[in-house]
Design a protein around this ligand. Structure first.
Ligand code: ATR
Length: 292
């Protein structure tokens, strides 16, 4: 036994564990995406999904501290509640008032929000010109806060943000959050979505509508040609809203891109290494890649 040798580089790395906590969490693609990235770079790290109810959040974080876990992602419904259990907040988390990524730094839990980057990077990659553009945000839940925080990076360029939602009070809260961040926001009931889609240059669906193949919330004739439609629903890859966008000859951004880039930035925060984007993308889309 004294002569035992490491069989590969991985055995020389310190073992680390990462988690995603949420409820529900069974559908999450983060474990396959992050474990693929760890393997690709030869890191001896593992990433697991844990279902944690609202009542169990404090106990979960206390356990993570005692076990000295290296980091974790946070999803529905904990992105805001988690803040009170953390030690420091990065600028991104302060801006979104929500956290989706936590790093354990010498026993201190640091909170970040990588959804902002996950949302903005696909737009930046396409060189989307924000100047004087009108944006329609559908939904006012947890995901929409990071989206509004992201859009506020372009507050001096954007002309107007229309927020539509089923529950008007939630739309109002989100509009106030946008106003606080320097955006010119108006809010309306979701029933009037088509009045605004037809005059918008960028449309973002932040609701879960589409996940169960629901009919598109916007008819193709109410989507402007050459506008850009970003659906954050990633399964199915082609939602009915995106299919209607294609019919209207609009540009589209698939929901998986936000998942991919928020995960890539989380990976970078945890490891200090550049994320292996192509392998991560393949792990969520399969070898056939993005549908045409
Ligand atoms: P997340 O954290 O992923 O954003 P969420 O906080 O549950 O999830 O938010 C879901 C959003 O989708 C909300 O804006 C919700 O509208 P309400 O504020 O009225 O709850 C919206 N939503 C969910 N199901 C919907 C439906 N069937 N029709 C219209 N909007 C819906």
């Amino acid at each position: 036994m004294e002569n035992i040798k490491p069989i590969n580089n991985r055995t020389k790395d310190k073992f680390q564990t990462y988690y995603i906590i949420g409820d529900p969490v069974y559908h999450s693609l983060s474990p396959i995406m992050q474990n693929t990235a760890f393997r690709e770079l030869g890191l001896n790290y593992n990433y697991f999904a844990f279902r944690v109810s609202k009542e169990d959040l404090k106990t979960c974080i206390d356990s993570f501290r005692s076990l000295n876990v290296s980091g974790f992602n946070v999803t529905i419904p904990h992105k805001v509640d988690i803040i009170k259990y953390l030690d420091y907040l990065d600028e991104s988390a302060l801006k979104a008032e929500a956290v989706n990524t936590v790093k354990n730094v010498n026993g201190n839990m640091w909170g970040y929000n990588t959804d902002i980057y996950g949302f903005m990077f696909p737009l930046r990659k396409r060189n989307f010109n924000f100047n004087q553009k009108k944006v329609l945000v559908i939904g006012s839940g947890g995901a929409s806060r990071a989206i509004i925080a992201g859009l506020s990076e372009e507050k001096d360029n954007l002309s107007k943000i229309f927020i539509v939602n089923r529950t008007i009070n939630n739309a109002m809260d989100l509009a106030n959050f946008g106003l606080k961040n320097g955006l010119n926001c108006e809010f309306y009931h979701v029933d009037s979505v088509e009045n605004f889609s037809i005059i918008s240059d960028l449309i973002i669906n932040t609701t879960s509508l589409g996940m169960n193949n629901e009919k598109s919330i916007i008819d193709s004739k109410y989507i402007k040609k050459d506008s850009l439609i970003f659906d954050i629903v990633y399964k199915p890859v082609y939602t009915n809203l995106l299919l209607n966008a294609k019919l209207a000859k609009a540009q589209i951004i698939f929901g998986y891109e936000m998942l991919l880039y928020q995960g890539a930035q989380a990976f970078q925060i945890w490891t200090g290494l550049e994320a292996p984007i192509e392998s991560m993308k393949k792990s969520i889309l399969g070898i056939f890649g993005e549908p045409k």
